[in-house]
Design a protein around this ligand. Sequence first.
Ligand SMILES: [Zn+2]
Length: 556
Amino acid sequence: MSDEYFKIAGGYVYDPRNGIDGQVRDLWIQGGKIVAPPSDPEVRATRVIDASGLVVMPGGIDMHCHIAGPKVNAARKMRPEEKRKAEPIRRTAITHSGTLGSVPSTFATGYKYAGLGYTTAFDAAVPPLAARHTHEEFDDTPCLDKGFYVLMGNNHYVMKAIKEQAPQKLDAFVAWLLGAAKGYACKLVNPGGVENWKQHASGNVHSLDEKVDHFDVTPRQIIRELARSVDQLRIPHAVHIHCNNLGLPGNWTTTHETMRALEGHRGHLTHIQFHSYGGGDVDEDTFSSKVAPLAEYINQNPNLTVDVVQVIFGETTSMTGDGPLGYYLHNVYGTKWFSADTEMESGCGIAPIKYRNKSLIHALQWAIGLEWYLMVQDPWRVVMSTDHPNGGSFLAYPQIIRLLMDRAYRQETLKEVHPAVLQRSQLADLDREYTLQEIAIITRAGPARILGLENKGHLGVGADADITIYTPHENKELMFELPRFVIKSGRILVEQGEICEVIQGKTLHVGPDYDREIETEISSWFEDNYSIRFRNYPVAESYLHDAEKIPVRKDL
Ligand SMILES: [Zn+2]
């Protein structure tokens, strides 16, 4: 590592974790990390960015997106019509060519995230059987540190261990599986429902207490036991939950029950907007927002965090580990549909969709997303997301920031959507405007804390030198869509929208300790059931080009 200093001088620094709220500060960087200013006043930085008048924040962290793995790749192949129309990414002396559309190609994904000031991203749903493929795609997704969440909510061994009431076995399996996949966190997707989808026609579960075919366990047990296990293992990130009944009118009661089913364990409820609906029986006339009671529950329970999935009007591609949901969306939109099951592990559904601002349902979804940002009191527990590409592209983040920071703009946009939203949501009455510091929390500092990433989301000594520098502008969408500089691991990757250096980025993963004796039992179960050999399943550390193992939590 170089011992030369790089200095970012005199910017307005927004570093919420360290209590710096727009004060003018210098940042010193050495060897890719933020360091203390050199004690010898004679020491000069080799490189200096004059940031006076500019806004300096940690690099953005997207904690829930879909950027790699088999379903993302299937979606790329499924949307040639989109790729044909989209602006091409042309190769340069240092960058590869690529394609855009709602599911950009790997290299384009890395460049576009970096161009937006994001330096870390997590794919939220990978079947562990596809871990190796996902790591290979990560190798082709530059400029970002990356990790993925491992699908476990319909895993056969998980359900078997829960049925046998063998918590120690479950803990060991969860730790083994994360280590084998080199994954980052435990993900639940429609726990139990996907397994039923795989077992019988139109199968699903509709409440937390329905039985899963052949396993004699319920979604409630899966949620509680995996949350307990993740806490027991002190995994950096809580269990990451895509609740049952996504998208259905009246599903807010399922979401509320899921929060209660955690019984005080940590839990992150993802794309919460899709799970906050009143009404019943597929009746458009009753569809409404139930953010208020759910946000109140979040406000009261510090063990819980959420990300939102803001819906963006326009065309996109829905992709989910929730097999029955893919089928449901295909029926709603009448579009093409892809479904795939992964043997002992999970399912998947993909369908193109279009959000229209004159549709009551879509306009309500849009309003419900904004209500979530505005009704959760503590910005450290709500995270910005579009569940890229499910609610829309990550490229819409600057637009969402403007909607949160600029009440007048929000009210204007509200006038353009279906008028019934005014009666069915409270959005028109919410006056709150986010500050720059709060934006820095919901896009950087908050996700870093929720993910247990000690060296990210802040600019204190020891942090990774992932930094975004913006030119202030009254129009926050313009400000955030074209950062002045984007710095990753102490290197300037982007200057005024132009990629000037490409680095590969690290793979972030976990490997909690477990009782190794369990491997004998897992291997015999594995050989009886899987289509591949047990010894070919784990991804070796040496397979990852540049990796960082994030230690377990000490604060649990
Ligand atoms: Zn997702």
